[in-house]
Design a protein around this ligand. Structure first.
Ligand code: TYD
Ligand code: MG
Length: 456
């Protein structure tokens, strides 16, 4: 029998290669490629009907009389929203995040809420002993929820228990601790994580059980990250936050049952995670007197408007190539904005260090933040504070023209609700009936510079 060829897999992104190398070509991670045991020793043998033909598949049409399966809402509003409006029966969900960010806390709270909503829930912890989970539940005031706890890492035993108990929802904390006896590799390796996730998801789907898999984001080494199972599940959520901040964002990056890029906002307190119903108020709560370098951006996260403060600092540099430190925004876009300011508006940033960050540990990925970032940079450079009741949004093109962005109405409405009275937006922004808001629309960045800071 021919020996199966060796296979090498990146533990960070799951890309496969025929030979080992120090750096993954797919995601750029260093030292992340490991040898993997091939799943089948023989591999596929030609394509034909085979000696014994297979069964015919029963095909159906798209039309159906059946109503869609009912979703279950946990009552944890932020969590339900990110799922796309509650839990879909027999769905597979991955919750990824850095170790210690609060995934176990979030899922313990969610599973207790689902249990109170009438689902039969199973919480399998491969990381903590049941006593530890129970202690945390007690501290969070969840001890009365009827959740079945189990401390187990053997996949075969977990599947057997699922078959016997027939729960509606199973949480696996975490997928990296599970091991399936069908694969000879250490728990946490790419082939183990992939095999365990595949078995769990297919078994759960065939029995009508929803599963939530917890996956630690790993920076390097031999442990597989959650990205290797992303393609197997229906919904991928990432739990993010800065260590020093108490805000936590649950972000949907893939969702077969709802909008992607939806966010849920939580705050880590001494009593577990508290939901934040009005994130804008929270992100703007630390704003003091109007100061140079601060601009408020009216953004959209998923389906919801969120206001954030963009802060800039510009200082003379002693370095040959000055610093460009960007936190919470795309540094590539900021470089572009600096280049546009320099070559189209005649505002040089050479010889100046530039620091830019989004207050509150929020990450902003929308191009609509361009104009607010440019205003913050200008305000910092010219040492002029922007009015404290002003919000800004708009995309900047390479010609310095401003492009209108989506959902302008929602952005303005949210700003008005929080007491803002002026807005700057690109020309062509369509709005109807906002009386409390003075909207100025500008054709390009040069007009903004001339308007606010005196030309050039
Ligand atoms: P945890 O859920 O164990 O993180 P993960 O499962 O993602 O590794 O959360 C760990 C952190 O959360 C820990 O540093 C302490 C903090 N925490 C609180 O601040 N308040 C609480 O009520 C709880 C339960 C945890
Ligand atoms: Mg944990």
């Amino acid at each position: 029998m021919a020996k199966a060829p060796l296979q090498f897999t990146c533990t960070s992104c799951g890309a496969r290669f025929p030979k080992w190398s120090g750096r993954c070509d797919a995601c750029g991670a260093w030292n992340s490629i490991v040898e993997e045991a091939p799943l089948s020793a023989s591999g596929p043998k030609g394509k034909s009907l085979g000696g014994a033909k297979g069964r015919l598949i029963a095909l159906t049409t798209l039309a159906t009389e059946e109503p869609p399966p009912p979703r279950t809402c946990s009552g944890l509003v932020e969590f339900d929203r990110v799922l796309g409006g509650g839990l879909v029966p027999a769905s597979a969900i991955l919750v990824g995040g850095d170790p210690g960010i609060g995934k176990s806390t979030l899922l313990l709270q969610a599973v207790s809420a689902f249990a109170r909503a009438g689902l039969k829930c199973l919480y399998i912890s491969g990381e903590e002993a049941s006593a530890q989970v129970r202690m945390r539940a007690q501290r969070l005031g969840l001890a009365d929820a009827s959740v079945n706890l189990g401390g187990e890492t053997n996949l075969r035993d977990i599947l057997t228990t699922m078959e016997a108990e027939r729960p509606d929802l199973v949480v696996i904390d975490s997928i990296q601790t599970m091991w399936a006896d069908s694969v000879e590799a250490a728990p946490g390796s790419v082939s183990q994580v992939r095999a365990a996730a595949h078995e769990l998801v297919t078994f759960a789907k065939s029995r009508g059980v929803s599963v939530i898999l917890v996956g630690h984001v790993t920076k390097e080494g031999q442990i597989a990250g959650p990205r290797v199972v992303e393609h197997m599940v229906d919904t991928v959520l990432y739990f993010e936050g800065e260590r020093g901040h108490q805000f936590r964002l649950l972000r949907a990056v893939k969702n077969r049952f709802g909008p992607a890029s939806e966010i849920g906002v939580f705050e880590m307190t001494g009593m577990g995670l508290a939901e934040v119903a009005n994130p804008s108020a929270l992100f703007l709560s630390e704003r003091g007197q109007p100061a140079p370098g601060s601009a408020v951006f009216a953004g959209i996260e998923g389906t919801r408007p969120v206001l954030t403060e963009i802060q800039a600092l510009v200082a003379p540099s002693t370095l040959a190539s000055p610093r460009r430190t960007v936190v919470g925004l795309d540094s590539g876009r900021i470089s572009t904005i600096l280049a546009v300011l320099e070559s189209r508006c005649g505002i040089p940033f050479a010889g100046l260090d530039v620091f830019l960050n989004v207050a509150g540990g929020m990450k902003v990925t929308e191009p609509a933040a361009d104009l607010a970032a440019a205003a913050a940079l200008l305000s910092a450079r010219e040492d002029v504070a922007l009015p404290s009741d002003l919000v800004i949004f708009g995309e900047i093109s390479l010609s310095a023209a401003l492009r209108p962005v989506s959902q302008a109405e929602n952005r303005l409405k949210e700003a008005e609700k929080l007491g803002f009275t002026q807005a700057i937006a690109p020309q062509g922004t369509k709005v109807t009936g906002s009386d409390g808001m003075r909207l100025r629309t500008l054709p390009d960045l040069v007009t903004l510079v001339g308007d606010m800071f005196g030309a050039g």
